[in-house]
Design a binder for this molecule. Sequence first.
Ligand code: TIU
Length: 220
Amino acid sequence: MAVIKAQPFDFTFEPSTTGLVMIDFQRDFMEPGGFGETLGNDVSLLRAAIEPAQALLAAFRKAGLPVIHTRECHRPDLSDLPDAKRDRGAPSLRIGDAGPMGRILISGEPGADIIPELYPIKGETVIDKPGKGAFYSTEFGAVLADLGLKQLIFAGVTTEVCVQTTMREANDRGFDCLLATDASESYFPAFKAAAIDMITAQGGIVGWASPVAQIVEVLD
Ligand code: TIU
């Protein structure tokens, strides 16, 4: 067993049953002209997570441990897009509309793909998901079971939306979940801080949190 210094207490894990989950590091959230910006957000805020996430990804690859990437996106025919999701709010472009990086949040379009800085390599699984959580309507749970994983380390965007939702779903399914705090960002810094507090309060009610440096040190 290995131990990472974390909040609210040490995260003890078996490396051979631990995987890295990289949530939605997509151009649509991280670059101008994508879904995040259509919702009125300053997407530059998310870029602080890139360098720490690169360090975490490199450490997992070096250790030969599994990496799973997710992408929030929908089928080109929108058959997996609920009206409630498409019609919510007043975005400048809706999901499926044509934007500068192709159709917003549609599978196969440039905007829905992962940013080049964190692009998956051969052997890494990529899960396309129509919801905020990675388990809903995907093969994510089956992939984790096939890999025999019990502990999951999370990076990704945005902290309080897709990352926290997936951590909560994984926690309910019996996984020990650790958030790599600086490898995750939000359009709302206060929400990121609150999400970390929510995850770790009450004796780690959803899981643990630790900066990348403390995780990488143990994987080395
Ligand atoms: N809007 C926002 O903060 N997030 C999302 O819509 N999806 C993800 O978090 N990936």
